[in-house]
Write a protein that binds this ligand. Structure first.
Ligand code: ADP
Length: 638
């Protein structure tokens, strides 16, 4: 025993202090400190942590027994030796009851003092050892539990941080072996194809064994765990004879379960020693098995989504349309192969770069920012041989997707059509002029009767209509090349409507249509070209007559509203499928439900729209198949 122990002397008499300290205790190797009052003593006990106290009976600021009882209360393992002159018979019993270990009385004899001190210190050592042992007995399992929890937490972390399934499963098996103190451990997974269990991770098994290990689910212990979804726990004392592929003394198998389905087994066993496993081991194993199952499922989901992502990635890059994806700050997230080709971008990775730095194109830049007239659609002409239709789609939370669809061939077809129409119209005009000429000459060639005269008028009317149509065609191609005639004047819509109605009266009658016209003669005029205004109403009324089955209801209404003339041409005919509404104003477009026996070129509405827009107006349609159609035209008052 070292003599380095600390002794606190609590004595008021300096002579006794001097004697005990200088002559006996310090020479014996003890570290002595001194307190001459209760207050000083309490302070030193707290800060100096003495191993033994020698307490005298002549303190002035408190009674020494009071102080003794306080010390015993606060530090029950600190031995107290009383140094007292009190020789009353009751004292020993009193102090023993209080917990004081010994008492001394003058005269001071070095030997007696040192022996008493030694006894006190030995007793303290004895107490301390016992305390340590006891506390270890209580904290040992707690420590192991904390260790198990820490391992579980670490495994949990690794499940979410490692994507490598092998690493997680090996960590799980290692933890299982270590926490249960087993000799070996393994994870068996169910092979969906063969229905067998194979060893996916192992600890302390031979590599060959791991590689070739395959067992059926029927008739094996691990298989039973899979079939029942419940843990198995046994040891050598267990009388049950259980079939395994190798002999073990003790074993735990717990199922790896995900969504109520068992996908494998986590196992530990002892083959050499007969050491048994506890129920707590089963619980720890179950927690570990949950982690392993989550890891296996995560890996499966990850590889599935990875596969899906690759597939989508490939589709996006290979697709024939150009695809640009930018984030909300217009930095590139993706440009596919077609976009690279269109803008000669090469193979660099442009992710994160501003789209305007990579592709300098005003229309594209505006389209991406939604700054074009139509925020979702635009036409982009790189050169004559590269014309694209741009579609802009916003993806909330991602940014904006722009697709570029090659419409060069459509442009070409369109040009060919225009050329063709031009040529045909030109070629038709001259024979028509000569027909009109000769028809006019008929009555000069000789007398004709009334009937013949009526027929001649009809021929003239028809030829005029055809000539008008041809003029329309030429008009249209002229519009496309250089705009419409701007010979504008004040035009009365009232007259335009009446003229149109007159022109269609015979057709209305022929089809038994009922026509309602509501238009005031006082309607203010619009500023426009009278012939074109007639074309608009003629076309709309003509369509209503054409596309409404016999006996239909047709209406033309015109009113003034807020400085605008609103014309409404309505029918209860066959209607137009809703998805085709945006197309019917396109050139040569005929709705899919247009009857074959009704002739048409698909040009009328294209001309109407162009004219209306040239008059700063707007046109749109409301239509329902089988119910009817209403065409609306708004024109500003002159
Ligand atoms: P078309 O010469 O074919 O009549 P238009 O440009 O005038 O060409 O019209 C385009 C198409 O719109 C028509 O072919 C027809 O399918 C549809 N359409 C136009 N007006 C009506 C209407 N009043 N009712 C039903 N369909 C109509």
């Amino acid at each position: 025993m070292t003599q380095n122990e600390r002794i606190l002397l609590i004595l008021s008499d300096p002579a006794t202090l001097e004697l005990l300290d200088r002559s006996i205790l310090t020479p014996a190797g003890y570290r002595v400190s001194v307190a001459q009052s209760c207050a000083a003593a309490e302070k030193l006990i707290r800060s100096g942590r003495p191993d033994l106290v020698i307490l005298g009976d002549k303190l002035t600021d408190c009674h020494y027994l009071e102080l003794a009882s306080k010390i015993v209360d606060q530090q029950p393992t600190l031995p107290i030796l009383l140094f007292t002159t009190d020789r009353s018979a009751s004292l020993p019993l009193k102090v023993l009851r209080m917990g004081v270990v010994d008492w001394l009385s003058p005269p001071i004899r070095a030997n007696a003092i040192l022996e008493a001190v030694r006894r006190g210190l030995d007793r303290r050592t004895h107490w301390m050892n016992w305390l340590q042992l006891e506390s270890r007995r209580y904290t040992g399992p707690l420590e192991r539990r904390v260790e198990a929890l820490e391992t579980l937490i670490n495994i949990g972390r690794s499940v979410t941080s490692f994507l490598e399934l092998d690493n997680v499963l090996t960590a799980v098996v290692d933890a299982a072996v270590e926490l249960t103190g087993a000799e070996e451990g393994s994870i068996l997974l169910l092979d969906d194809e063969s229905g067998e269990l194979y060893m996916r991770a192992a600890r302390n098994f031979q590599e060959d064994f791991v590689r070739t290990f395959r067992i059926p689910v029927d008739d094996t212990l691990a298989g039973e765990v899979v079939r029942l979804g419940k843990p198995i726990h046994f040891d050598a004392k267990d009388p049950t004879k259980i079939k395994t592929s190798y002999l073990v003394y003790a074993l735990i198998y717990v199922p790896l379960r995900i969504h109520n389905r068992t996908i494998g087994v986590l196992g530990v066993d002892n083959r050499q020693s007969g050491n048994a496993f506890s129920q707590r081991d089963v619980m720890v194993m179950s927690a570990l098995a949950d982690y392993a199952a989550i890891a296996v499922e995560n890996a499966r989901l990850y590889s599935e989504s990875e596969l899906e992502r690759n597939k989508l990635g490939r589709i996006l890059t290979q697709i024939k349309d150009g695809v640009i994806v930018v984030d909300n700050s217009w930095n590139i997230l993706l440009v596919n192969r077609m976009v690279r080709r269109i803008f000669n971008l090469g193979e660099d990775d442009y992710s994160g770069q501003a789209i305007d730095d990579v592709i300098q194109n005003e229309i594209l830049s505006k389209a991406i920012r939604g700054e074009l007239d139509d925020p979702f659609r635009a036409e982009l002409e790189i050169d004559e041989n590269n014309v694209f239709s741009i579609q802009v789609t916003e993806l909330p939370g991602i940014g904006t997707v722009v697709t570029l669809h090659d419409i060069t061939y459509l442009k070409e077809v369109d040009r060919l059509k225009t050329d063709f129409v031009n040529a045909v119209s030109h070629d038709l005009r001259s024979p028509l002029t000569s027909i009109l000429g000769y028809v006019e000459l008929i009555d000069r060639a000789g007398p004709i009767n009334e009937k013949q005269s009526e027929f001649i008028k009809k021929v003239q009317f028809s030829v005029n209509s055809i000539t008008e149509l041809i003029n329309d065609l030429l008009n249209l191609s002229r519009i496309e090349v250089g705009g419409l005639s701007k010979e504008f004047e004040q035009v009365s819509i009232y007259s335009v409507i009446n003229y149109a109605v007159e022109g269609y009266q015979h057709l209305l009658d022929a089809k038994d249509h009922k026509l309602v016209v509501e238009c005031s003669e006082d309607l203010p005029p619009v500023f426009g070209n009278p012939i074109q205004m007639r074309q608009v109403v003629d076309n709309l009324l003509g369509n209503a007559v054409k596309y409404t089955p016999r006996g239909g209801q047709i209406g033309i209404y015109a009113i003034e509203e807020n400085g605008q003339i609103l014309i409404q041409v309505t029918d209860n005919g066959q209607g137009i499928p809703p998805e085709e509404h945006p197309n019917i104003f396109d050139k040569f477009y005929r709705a899919s439900n247009a009857p074959e026996d009704i002739q048409g070129t698909g040009l009328g509405l294209a001309i109407v729209k162009t004219i209306v827009e040239n008059h700063n107006g707007r046109i749109w349609v409301d239509s329902e198949v089988g119910v009817g159609s209403t065409f609306w035209v708004i024109l500003p008052v002159a």
